[in-house]
Design a protein around this ligand. Structure first.
Ligand code: AMP
Ligand code: MG
Length: 431
């Protein structure tokens, strides 16, 4: 079934008034991830997606070991009530095994990570014992097995430590290192080509002529794609001329998995882009009930009817974003980011969390569209409060730069009063 037909099947989806959730869900339902794998050195796997399960080749931890600095002893030697005196006969250090054997009423000084000597089943922390020459006095109340991490308690040999589809972050790098993985299988990087459209655009490095502006979208798009770990292909500025545009779309679709353009999808401009798209593939033109970022095109270039990686004919997904610089970023974060992660083979993520905050100012808003205001979230008087980051025009990158979050004003919501609860999406994550 063609993309158009699949979209038309959704009876409550109006291309001229699509909600953010509908657009996101439709895009997500169409994508098939890349499946080509490659082996890379562990460090190079950061930000990539695991292509096969990582199985623990041994127990983690490998051996029983002490969780604390203290004394390793045989629990059976301790008096049921009252103190017990034990003789310290040696020391077990991390990486230095105490080879002797521990007899009745004896113990060994032990450091975190060290193997408990044979026979010792319990570690008593150093803070609770009293020292008396070569003896320690252990108070009552010690539990058998305490302060010993058991072999395999984190992960048993043969069990999957990480499943394919996992986005690799610093914790995964460390976990794989702990299993001795020097190389891992990841999906290949997603190739994303992008260009800007508009006769008014000038690339940096060239003086502006009358009526021209610098192309900023290629820089925000470059940044957003690079952060996601995509291989980027910058195809420059393309004028509003059908022949040049057609060539650019063909080149981009041939070279990449995904093509991202900015500009040319607003009413008027879309009128001449639409027939062009009909020749090159299958592209839906939407007006999304959101601000900023209303017009957007989504589709497939180079192959009719869609399909996934490995089809007969190469086809690229197209995201035709609006031209306004902030609209580009809002549309990217709300639609393209998720889509790219799905295409990379990453497990479906729960989406960017919507966190509660209190609005410190009133905001005008009409129900019937989702608004993404640029906001500044701050902590004061024991609560997180948010205010708009200045002028909210869809071309104002300065307020985007000053913001640290989107204030997400939901579709059905009306105006916001001072002190109202709102939701925010943070720009920066911890990892
Ligand atoms: P358009 O969607 O092509 O009608 O563009 C909407 C607005 O965004 C116009 O003011 C354009 O000049 C501006 N614009 C489009 N593309 C870019 C770009 N790459 N960099 C900066 N501004 C742009
Ligand atoms: Mg334009």
């Amino acid at each position: 079934m063609s993309l158009t037909a699949r979209f038309s099947c959704l009876s409550d989806y109006d291309p001229d008034a699509l909600s953010v959730e509908q657009a996101r869900a439709f895009i997500r339902s169409q994508l098939t991830p890349v499946r080509t794998q490659e082996r890379v050195a562990l460090r190079s796997a950061l930000g990539r997606v695991l292509a096969s399960d990582v199985i623990a080749p041994f127990n983690v931890p490998v051996h029983d070991n002490s969780a604390m600095d203290g004394y390793a002893l045989r629990h059976a030697d301790l008096a049921g009530s009252g103190e017990t005196r034990l003789r310290v006969i040696g020391t077990a250090l991390a990486g230095k095994v105490f080879a002797g054997s521990v007899g009745t009423a004896e113990c060994v000084r032990i450091m975190t990570g060290a193997l408990p000597p044979a026979g010792c089943d319990t570690v008593v922390i150093q803070e609770v014992v009293k020292l008396d020459g070569d003896q320690v006095i252990v108070p009552a109340g010690q539990r058998a097995g305490q302060n010993i991490r058991l072999a395999g308690e984190d992960l048993a040999a043969g069990k999957p430590a990480l499943a394919a589809g996992r986005l690799i972050r610093p914790a995964e790098l460390g976990l794989m290192a702990s299993l001795g993985c020097a190389e891992v299988s990841v999906y290949r990087r997603l190739r994303v080509a992008f260009f800007s459209t508009g006769d008014e655009l000038c690339s940096i490095g060239t003086p502006l002529a009358d009526g021209e502006i610098y192309d900023s979208n290629r820089y925000t798009i470059f940044g957003m794609l690079t952060r996601l770990g995509c291989e980027v292909l910058d195809l420059g500025v393309v004028g509003d001329d059908p022949a040049t545009l057609e060539a650019a779309f063909r080149d981009a679709a041939a070279a990449a998995d995904v093509v991202i353009t900015s500009g040319g999808v607003s009413v008027g401009e879309a009128d001449f882009v639409k027939p062009l798209m009909a020749q090159l593939g299958e592209v839906l033109f939407w007006k999304i009930a959101m601000k900023p970022g209303r017009p957007m095109a989504f589709g497939r270039l180079g192959s009719r009817g869609g399909g996934g990686d490995g089809g007969d004919e190469h086809a690229a997904w197209l995201f035709g974003l609006p031209g306004n610089p902030v609209a580009v970023m809002a549309a990217f974060y709300q639609f393209v980011r998720d889509a790219l992660q799905a295409l990379m083979g990453a497990d479906p993520l729960p989406g960017v969390p919507l966190l509660p905050a209190v609005s410190s100012v009133a905001m005008k808003k009409a129900p019937g569209r989702t608004e993404f205001q640029r906001g500044v979230l701050g902590h004061a008087d024991g609560k997180w409060s948010v205010r708009p980051a200045g002028a909210q025009g869809s071309g104002v990158l300065r307020s985007m730069s000053e913001a640290n979050c989107f204030i997400v004003l939901e579709h059905e919501r009306g105006s916001v009063a001072v002190g109202d609860a709102v939701h925010v999406q943070l720009f920066d994550g911890l990892v």
